[in-house]
Design a binder for this molecule. Structure first.
Ligand SMILES: Cc1cc2nc3c(=O)[nH]c(=O)nc-3n(C[C@H](O)[C@H](O)[C@H](O)COP(=O)(O)O)c2cc1C
Length: 356
């Protein structure tokens, strides 16, 4: 599968953009373990333009993580165009993704992210203007609609749409007409936030629309290799994007890739090896945080910055599922402030699993 001239091979697996999760250290590991493309956390167009250090840091990419996408969000044409140009000229990502799906109030409530689902004309104006402003491919990530009734009726927000047409079918065509290179659809509405189950049937309907020729990336609730294979086979998507299931197990991509290629799970991924990966993730997270401090000549974050980023991953690792009374250890992980503390807690967890 190709997004313009970016060749992602057969059955590409994407690491979803996730705020406070998909930092560079994590992206590098996911890439190493088989993610076909990785996405940055979303970055505010306004903050980028104001040169907010934390946002500048978020758009830094390493050649080892390529192909890599930077995702931005915002609520008007001029700031999105300016931020897009800045990302292209300063970060040189392989593609630029526009976030029209974030449901959280501080974003959607101001009309950005999924708030754009209520103002599709503005969404299309932004998309068209950004596509024209940069040379790299521009893609969009969005949801099925604002809420369930409006999801089934495009006319609510697009009065000139045909009657009784699901919103995402109409929107996908119009986004494609703006010149985007691929579209990612998370199979939920904004009002669903992260509740209920992602509905892949509408994602499949977009993919099977004969007018659609850009790649369609399906997203929502994929946690296993079997589900991923089903998504490719049943809904015909060009790529699958995985988010929450990667928490604390960046090796998930390797297992899914092996399964898609051979029909078997990867049984070389031993417990020892997985714990080593988590230790490496801690070290890399701290190393990136320190490096970012040096680059920005700002010595506020130090080791703690990296620890804060990584401890949430560790606390959610499926490795610890089933360890009796693990809750207290999980809380200690979430409160840890140094590498040594986290290493000790990992050793403790390892001993408890090994002891059966
Ligand atoms: C902690 C967290 C942060 C997220 N941040 C972003 C983001 O910055 N940009 C974005 O497009 N989606 C974001 N999402 C949504 C995910 O990219 C994805 O669409 C959603 O989690 C559904 O996929 P999943 O079921 O595989 O997790 C975030 C989700 C979570 C859980």
């Amino acid at each position: 599968m190709k997004i313009q001239n970016i060749d992602l091979g057969e059955h590409p697996l994407m690491l979803a953009p996730m705020e406070d999760v998909t930092d560079q250290a994590f992206r590098m590991l996911c890439k190493e373990f088989g993610a076909s493309m990785v996405y940055s956390e979303f970055v505010s167009a306004d903050a980028l333009i104001r040169n907010v250090n934390r946002s500048l840091e978020k758009i830094r990419v390493d050649d080892h993580e390529r192909p890599v996408a930077i995702q931005i969000y915002g609520r008007d044409v001029p700031s999105m165009v300016e931020a897009a140009r800045m990302v292209e000229s300063e970060a040189h990502p392989d593609l630029l993704d526009l976030n029209f799906g974030c449901p959280v109030k501080k974003v959607a409530g101001k009309g950005a992210g999924s708030g754009m689902l209520r103002t599709p004309q503005l969404m299309l104006d932004i998309t068209r203007a950004v596509v024209q402003a940069v040379r790299i491919p521009v893609t969009v990530k969005t949801r099925l609609g604002w809420d369930v009734p409006t999801m089934m009726n495009a006319q609510t927000f697009l009065p000139d749409a045909p009657a009784d047409r699901p919103y995402i079918l109409e929107l996908a065509e119009r986004l494609q007409d703006c010149g985007i290179a691929a579209l990612t659809i998370h199979g939920r509405t904004r009002s669903q936030m992260y509740q209920g189950q992602a509905d892949w049937t509408l994602i499949g309907a977009v993919k099977h629309n004969p007018r659609i020729h850009i790649p369609i990336i399906g997203n929502g609730d994929i946690t296993t290799a079997e589900q991923c294979q089903h998504a490719f086979q049943q809904y015909g998507v060009d790529a699958v994007m995985i988010g929450r299931a990667t928490f604390g197990q960046p090796w998930l991509f390797r297992d899914i890739r092996t399964y898609l290629d051979t029909g078997h799970h990867d049984d070389t991924l031993t417990l020892d090896w997985k714990f080593q990966v988590l230790r490496r993730q801690i070290q890399q997270s701290v190393a990136y945080s320190l490096r970012a401090d040096n680059a920005l000549k700002e010595h506020k974050r130090t080791e703690l910055g990296g620890i804060i980023h990584v401890r949430r991953h560790l606390a959610n690792s499926p490795l610890f599922k089933g360890i009796p009374n693990f809750r207290e250890t999980r809380i200690r992980i979430l409160r840890a402030e140094t590498q040594e503390e986290l290493f000790r807690l990992l050793d403790e967890a390892y001993q408890r699993i090994a002891a059966g």
